[in-house]
Design a protein around this ligand. Structure first.
Ligand code: PMP
Length: 372
C-alpha cells in the first residue's frame, strides 16, 4: 500500500518508535508514583520527552508541556480554560471540528475570520477586523485540508497588540513547520503526538503559557494527595491519572528521529513530493488542484477534485489500486466552506518523510487515469 494519509495519522514510523513502546511496556511503571526502579525509569523518560518538546517548540520551562491523549484533548483543555459561555472567540476560516465543536458546545459567540485560500494578507485583514473586543482567538498553523500555512506570526502579533489570548492548533504543523511558542506569546498550542511527531496514537501535547489553567479532568496526580483540590502547579494540574507511558516513550523516540533528520528537512522533502505530484497533474483539464502560487504558503498536503468523479468514489477506486487517501470534508467543514468546496468535498493527499518520489508519481498517474 502507498500511504498518503499522513494528515490523519502517520502510519509509517521509525522502527525505534516501536522498540521504545515495547521496551517501556516491559520496564516502566507509573511515573511520580514511587521511588523504585521501574517508576524512576518512567519518570526519567517522561521528563526527557517533556524537555525534548520544550526545546523543539521554544517553551522555557518543561513543566509547561502537558501530555494529552490527542490534539482534540489539548484543544478542549485550552478552550475550557479560556472561554466562558457567551465569550466572543475569533477563529480562522480553516479550523477543524476539534476547535469548532468544543467552542459551540461551550456556548461561545464564534466569529469566523474567513479569507481566501492561500491569501495570507487577507487572513491578517480578517483577524485585524474582528479582534477588537474579542475574548480569545484560535488559529490553525496549517490547514489539514489544503496544507495552507496561515500567517501565524502576524496573527499572533495582532492578538498581542489587541490583548487577545491566542490558542494555536498546531496539529498539521508539528514536526515540519516550526513554532516558537514563547516568542509568539500564545496562551496555548495543541498538537497530536501521532502525526508529524511520529509517536503512537493516543499521544498528544499541550503547551501552556499560564501557570494555572482550568483543569478539564480531575483526579490523582501523585502530588499534594492530602488536598481535595487539584495541584496549583504544572504539569500536575492538567495531568491527573496514570500516564500513557508506552505512548510517551514512542513519542520520545519519534522526536529523537526528527531531531536527527530536522523538521526543516522533513518540510523540504514533503514539499518536493507535493510539487512532483502537482507537476504531473497540472497539465490535465480534468483535475482541479488546490495549489498555492507561492510555495512558501503550502506544506505537504494537497487537495484536488476530479471532474465528473465523486471524491468518495475516487478515494475508493484509488484504495483498490493500493493508494490510501482521504476524501470528503476531513472533519473540517469550515475549511471547505471557506474554500468553496463544502458541497463536493475534495480528495486529500498528504505526504510523509517516508514517502518516495516513485510512490508519488504512481499515485499521480492513477489519479490521471480516473479522470478519463
Ligand atoms: N486539528 C487539526 C487541524 C487536525 O488536522 C486534527 C487531526 N485530523 C486535529 C485537530 C485533531 O487531532 P487528534 O486526532 O489528535 O485529536
Amino acid at each position: 500500500m502507498i500511504y498518503l494519509d499522513c494528515a490523519a495519522t502517520s502510519l509509517q514510523k521509525p522502527a525505534s518508535v516501536r522498540y521504545a513502546v515495547s521496551d517501556a511496556m516491559r520496564t516502566m511503571s507509573s511515573p511520580g508514583r514511587g521511588g523504585y526502579e521501574s517508576a524512576m525509569a518512567a519518570a526519567g523518560m517522561v521528563l526527557d520527552c517533556r524537555t525534548a518538546l520544550a526545546d523543539m517548540f521554544c517553551v522555557s520551562a518543561p513543566e509547561r508541556v502537558i501530555f494529552t491523549s490527542s490534539a482534540t484533548h489539548g484543544l478542549n483543555i485550552a478552550i475550557n480554560s479560556l472561554v466562558k459561555p457567551g465569550d466572543r472567540v475569533v477563529i480562522s476560516g480553516y479550523e477543524h471540528n476539534a476547535v469548532w465543536r468544543p467552542l459551540y458546545g461551550r456556548g461561545a459567540d464564534i466569529r469566523v475570520a474567513a479569507s481566501q485560500l492561500f491569501r495570507p494578507e487577507a487572513a491578517m485583514d480578517a483577524f485585524r477586523r474582528l479582534l477588537p473586543g474579542a475574548n480569545a482567538a484560535i488559529c490553525c498553523q496549517v490547514s489539514n485540508v489544503f496544507g495552507y500555512i496561515l500567517p501565524l506570526e502576524e496573527i499572533a502579533a495582532l492578538c498581542r497588540r489587541a490583548g487577545v489570548p491566542l490558542i494555536v492548533d498546531a496539529a498539521q504543523a508539528a514536526g515540519s513547520v516550526g513554532l516558537d511558542f514563547d516568542g509568539l506569546g500564545c496562551a496555548f498550542a495543541a498538537m497530536p503526538g501521532h502525526k508529524g511527531l511520529l509517536g503512537p496514537q493516543g499521544t498528544g501535547v499541550l503547551l501552556c503559557r499560564e501557570e494555572q489553567p482550568r483543569p478539564l479532568l480531575y483526579g490523582g496526580t501523585g502530588s499534594v494527595s492530602e488536598s481535595v483540590e487539584m495541584p496549583d502547579f504544572l504539569p500536575d494540574r492538567l495531568e491527573p491519572g496514570t500516564h500513557n507511558v508506552p505512548g510517551i516513550a514512542g513519542l520520545l523516540a519519534g522526536l529523537e528521529w526528527l531531531g536527527r533528520r530536522t523538521p526543516a528537512a522533513v518540510l523540504a522533502h514533503e514539499r518536493e513530493l507535493a510539487a512532483a505530484f502537482c507537476d504531473i497533474l497540472s497539465g490535465s483539464d480534468k483535475i482541479r488542484l488546490f495549489r498555492a502560487a507561492d510555495p512558501s504558503c503550502q506544506a505537504g498536503v494537497v487537495s484536488l477534485q476530479i471532474k465528473g468523479v465523486d471524491c468518495e468514489e475516487a478515494a475508493e477506486r484509488l484504495a483498490a489500486r493500493g493508494i490510501a487517501v482521504r476524501a470528503g470534508l476531513h472533519c473540517a467543514p469550515l475549511a471547505h466552506q471557506t474554500a468553496g468546496t463544502l458541497r463536493a468535498g475534495t480528495v486529500r493527499f498528504s505526504f510523509s518523510p517516508f514517502n518516495t518520489f516513485s510512490e508519488v508519481r504512481y499515485a499521480a498517474e492513477q489519479v490521471l487515469s480516473l479522470g478519463v
